[in-house]
Ligand binder design. Structure first.
Ligand SMILES: [Zn+2]
Length: 436
């Protein structure tokens, strides 16, 4: 028996022994209703994690994302960062989870914050996305510390705010403060619900922009005296249908995005407004006859690692110029709302290789490598933190996220805790180096 498999065996036992603790920890986290927006109970969940991790020997800091979007005295953006240094110096493995959950919505048959355990599943808002993953990473770290107390380097665990609303008061803020600098942290695992046998390497890019076409108001009975902004926007839409959408559909990617439909460039028209504002719901009269002098459209363009961001923008700018050249009196503005550059960690990166090996030994199968169609906090770790050695790996089914009767399977949490624990053995001990 190799040194690695003996240590691994001890780790697996230490994790299985903690089954009840894992369930209770997940339930405690789910019962704190950290709904975002507005960002409720952040301090409470950070204090809870502080107590838990302090008693496991971590040095714990609470950091508020001061003056970030949404931060106020009523809804402060609190984050918790815990670090436990090993016996000797070495690399740091960081587990990052967001503490916020989305609104409850309709259609529940279970109490959304009851965290009820039924047939090996815990139900509730945030069980799958992603308090179950967070609990699994904490149990993995605690079991590892028990089995390998003389480890080298450091383990960090963070619980961060606002992932669901862009992560500006959470990971982005911490990255700006240096918490994800490559000098401090070398490996990052984000236990988002990507499934216990999948490694998520990154995500596509995003560009949000608002296009406005201008016109001139006039009496609706004499539209020739005005200039209809909605017709101008219609021409933009028509040009998009003829040239842009087919061009995007033809552009496919080497990124293993799931679901497969997202393995191409896509664009959603997020909203469209033109002419008079909607009348109040209790108004029962008719609209007045006016030619619309403004129309606005918000686009949500998702792009591939093979596409250059400047080209993505230029494609839309050129399209608008084309329409302009074909229409008298066409005038427009375009305004960027925000953008995120695509990111994909190399399959040969140490944290990827280590997780792949661990999945093989825990589940007896090769991992599936995937990329997320939408973004998550890896974007800030990559761009602000400049740390490339980062993945999302955790229990739960992505399809359950944000849905009614969201749940997490206890066995799935245990399996992925074993995978995360094996990564710690591999990255922070000699037993890892001696194994193959
Ligand atoms: Zn999430």
């Amino acid at each position: 028996m190799s040194m690695q498999s003996e240590t691994a065996e001890k780790l697996f036992q230490a994790i299985e022994k903690r089954r009840d603790d894992l369930i209770a920890l997940t339930q405690d986290l789910v019962r704190i209703p950290t709904i975002n927006p507005p960002g409720d109970h952040y301090l409470e969940i950070c204090e809870y994690l502080k107590r838990r991790l302090t008693s496991s020997g971590f040095a714990v800091e609470l950091v508020r994302g001061i003056e970030t979007p949404g931060d106020s005295d009523r809804f402060p953006r609190w984050n918790v960062i815990a670090r436990r240094d090993g016996a000797t110096t070495g690399e740091c493995v960081h587990f990052n989870s967001h503490t916020d959950v989305v609104e409850v919505g309709q259609g529940w048959t279970k109490d959304p914050f009851g965290a009820e355990l039924v047939d090996g599943r815990i139900y509730g808002r945030g069980t799958c996305d992603m308090k179950g993953g967070m609990a699994a990473s904490i149990i993995a770290a605690e079991a590892f510390i028990d089995v390998c107390p003389e480890y080298s380097g450091a383990i960090e665990i963070s619980g961060t705010a606002d992932e669901e609303t862009g992560g500006y008061g959470g990971v982005a803020y911490l990255a700006e403060q240096g918490y994800f600098s490559p000098e401090r942290v070398q490996h990052v695992i984000i236990p988002e619900p990507l499934q216990k046998d999948r490694i998520c390497l990154g995500h596509r890019g995003v560009w949000w922009a608002e296009i406005e076409t201008h016109g001139e108001i006039a009496h609706g009975s004499m539209p020739f005296l005005g200039d209809c902004a909605v017709r101008h926007m219609g021409a933009v839409l028509s040009e998009m249908e003829t040239s842009l959408f087919p061009a995007m559909a033809a552009r496919t990617t080497e990124m293993p995005v799931v679901p497969e439909g997202a393995r191409q460039s896509t664009m959603n028209i997020n909203s469209f407004h033109g002419g008079q504002e909607e009348t109040p719901v209790d108004f029962t009269g008719f609209p007045s006859p006016c030619v619309p002098d403004s129309a606005r459209m918000i686009i949500d363009r998702r792009f591939l690692i093979e596409e250059d961001f400047n080209d993505v923008q230029k494609e839309i700018f050129d399209l608008l110029e084309r329409v302009k050249s074909e229409r008298d009196s066409f005038s427009y503005d375009i305004r960027e709302l925000h953008h995120v550059i695509p990111t994909m960690t190399d399959k040969a990166a140490p944290v990827v290789e280590s997780t792949a090996k661990a999945i093989k030994s825990v589940l007896g199968q090769e991992p599936e490598y995937v990329v997320s169609p939408g973004t998550y906090d890896q974007k800030h770790i990559d761009r602000i933190g400049r740390l490339k050695n980062c993945i999302a790996y955790g229990p739960g089914l992505l399809e359950l996220a944000h849905k009614p009767d969201e749940y997490i399977g206890v066995d799935d949490m245990l399996d992925s805790a074993k995978v995360m624990g094996l990564c710690l053995i591999d990255l922070l001990t000699d037993a890892g180096e001696q194994g193959d």
